[in-house]
Ligand binder design. Structure first.
Ligand code: NAD
Ligand code: WQD
Length: 346
């Protein structure tokens, strides 16, 4: 019987890349998104890339009754939901410090709402977008999945709380299974240049700041600290091509569904390699033949010096490994930025 993968937040940056991989792998999907940080245009681009219609509902993941109706509808049409992919969330770390209640509401209450609807409908599997930000910073590297949990901001707390809720839910219902995918730093864009990241306003994250500086819409890139004890003094992170991250979701869903897995399973999704801010700027300039003017500033509060993943669990268990290089990420991200200087707006 055909089943449905129900994707919350599917119109977002990671969502659209994941939809492409799910559709190309032959999965049937249904997207739920309130478009608070995305637009239906992004889904139209997924249709353009894959040639497959993307069914979607505009709605809020906190609307439990609506979720129950959607699950019941899928079952009534003999395409029951076999797995939920839960990406819908708010993700700006700085905003989560000033508006914590908003973050706990959307990210935690939203997940409770989803789990309640899943319980009613008998949907037993979920793959959740977690983050490397759940790890307690600044201890031993690389981070394995057993590393201590200790987020340093409300956004990270919401991810750690949802992981705990999923563990407790799996414990209470032995037929229920959950995967938490702990993403490191997703960057880049689909090689077609038709989908990518376009944060509203001034970007918080390094990579979109680089592309907007390179294209001239921002004058200069601030480099937050060159006095860390790292390879060149600047911060080191594990950047991963968003298309590799996307294939990780398909592997996670297939592993859950094909093997009748039970319980809670966290997996890091990264490359296992660290790249410094200055190395990333240099790679971007070399890959694209374009200058990225930058200025060294003070450290950004709350930043750690270095973070990269131990990816052996995803490699061994999910049979997944990132394929793209830093150069691929820089080239594909620049291709998207150049072709879509205003994101999905015409
Ligand atoms: P995004 O903002 O581009 O996508 C999130 C999507 O969820 C958006 O389309 C938004 O409109 C939707 N959404 C938000 N609130 C909603 C609600 N209440 N109901 C329904 N839809 C709602 O972000 P992204 O970068 O694609 O991130 C996807 C997930 O991955 C998030 O859970 C995020 O926390 C997590 N994550 C992202 C990163 C990253 O660096 N991008 C890193 C680690 C984890
Ligand atoms: C990377 C490096 C900065 C901007 C954040 C969230 C994390 C996850 C991914 C969602 C650091 C430096 C940055 C700039 C800079 N998101 N930098 N100039 O901080 O590793 O992770 O995004 O889950 O939760 O915390 O990513 O891209 O912000 O920073 O020098 O303008 O770039 O200091 O060393 P980060 P980032």
């Amino acid at each position: 019987m055909q089943t449905t993968i129900f994707v919350t937040g599917g119109a977002g940056y990671i969502g659209v890349h994941t939809l492409v991989c799910l559709l190309e792998a032959g999965h049937r999907i249904l997207v739920l998104d309130d478009f608070s940080n995305s637009s239906p245009q992004a889904l139209a681009r997924v249709e353009e890339i894959t040639g497959i219609k993307v069914p979607f509902v505009q709605g809020d993941v906190r609307d439990t009754e609506m979720l129950k109706r959607l699950f019941a509808d899928c079952a009534a049409h003999e395409v029951p939901v076999s797995c939920v992919l839960h990406l819908a969330a708010l993700k700006a770390v700085g905003e989560s410090v000033s508006l914590p209640l908003k973050y706990y509401d959307v990210n935690v209450t939203g997940t409770l709402s989803l789990l309640e609807a899943m319980r009613t409908a008998g949907v037993k599997r979920i793959v959740f977008s977690s983050s490397a930000t759940v790890y307690r910073p600044e201890t031993t590297l690389p981070y394995t999945e057993q590393h201590a949990i200790g987020p340093s901001n409300p956004y990270g707390q919401t991810k750690a709380m949802v992981e705990q809720i999923l563990q407790d839910f799996c414990h209470a219902d032995r037929d229920f299974s959950a995967i938490a995918l702990r993403y490191f730093n997703p960057i880049g864009a689909h090689h077609s240049g038709r989908i990518g990241d376009h944060p509203a306003g001034i970007p918080n994250n390094l990579f979109p700041y680089i592309t907007r500086t390179a294209i001239g819409s921002l004058p200069v890139l601030p480099v937050f600290g060159t006095d860390y004890s790292t390879v060149d003094g600047s911060g080191v992170r594990d950047y991963i091509h968003v298309s590799d991250l996307a294939t990780g979701h398909v592997k996670a869903i297939d592993w859950l569904c094909d093997n009748d897995i039970q319980g809670f399973h966290p997996f890091n999704l990264g490359t296992g390699r660290g790249t410094s801010v200055l190395e990333l700027i240099d790679a971007f300039e070399t890959a694209n033949g374009v200058a990225v003017p930058y200025e060294v500033r003070a450290r950004r509060s709350g930043d750690s010096a270095e973070a990269w993943a131990d990816v052996s669990a995803a490699n061994l268990v999910l049979n997944w490994r990132a394929q793209h290089t830093i150069e691929d990420m820089c080239r594909d991200g620049w291709n998207w930025q150049q072709k879509n200087p205003s994101g999905y707006e015409k």
